[in-house]
Design a protein. Structure first.
Length: 206
């Protein structure tokens, strides 16, 4: 399935000089992971406090891009500078879903957004990532299949926030987009399970 995640390799190549500088400065992958999660909470809090001013939502697409870069940086630090660890694996997975939930929750403070629908999207996001993490537990790889993986959700969240910031459309359209997200998340959940099973089947045949 087409996914923003497929652009990751090219994005990492652009970031490699920055990663080298971060490593030279003495920062570790785990520090970057934790800082990214804390940054997500700070951005979410700022938006919630200023929710009556729609322009404040412009912070979200900017942060989503920075966060995507930082997520790539921590992974590259871990792989390319021998900083991989069990703690890092825990932090990487947990901080991602915690930050995602916090950033999605800011939309609950928009009066026209359906809170129940938003909750469903958050829960499905958690289940989708859990299905991805289940891969290694059953002997497959960590599954990142789309069409609504972490990078794709970040893109959609950024688009929603940008539209609110510039008053592009009546905010009620966000509920329609949340329905689409929920549907694609269900598909992604199923797709990750199916692809994991296919991978195991190919291993057994090989």
């Amino acid at each position: 399935m087409v996914s923003v995640y497929q652009l990751k390799t090219k994005f990492q190549a652009l970031l490699r000089p920055l990663v080298q500088k971060i490593f030279n400065a003495g920062f570790t992958a785990n520090q970057v992971t934790i800082a990214t999660c804390v940054g997500s909470f700070i951005v979410a809090l700022i938006i919630v406090l200023g929710v009556n001013h729609h322009w404040i939502f412009a912070l979200l697409p900017v942060w989503m891009f920075i966060r995507m870069a930082l997520n790539a940086v921590d992974g590259m630090l871990a792989r390319e500078f021998n900083q991989q660890s069990v703690l890092g694996a825990y932090l990487n997975e947990l901080c991602d879903v915690i930050a995602d939930s916090a950033l999605l929750l800011v939309f609950a403070f928009v009066s026209t957004v359906n809170p129940l629908l938003l909750t469903v999207v958050i829960i499905l996001s958690l289940l989708t990532e859990y299905a991805g993490v289940m891969g290694p537990l059953v002997g497959a790889s960590r599954r990142y299949d789309g069409p609504m993986g972490k990078s794709d959700r970040a893109l959609v969240i950024g688009i929603m926030a940008a539209a609110i910031a510039i008053d592009l459309l009546p905010v009620t359209w966000i509920n329609t987009l949340l329905w689409i997200m929920a549907t694609l998340l269900v598909y992604t959940l199923i797709n990750r399970i199916v692809q994991g099973l296919k991978e195991l089947s190919h291993q057994q045949k090989g």
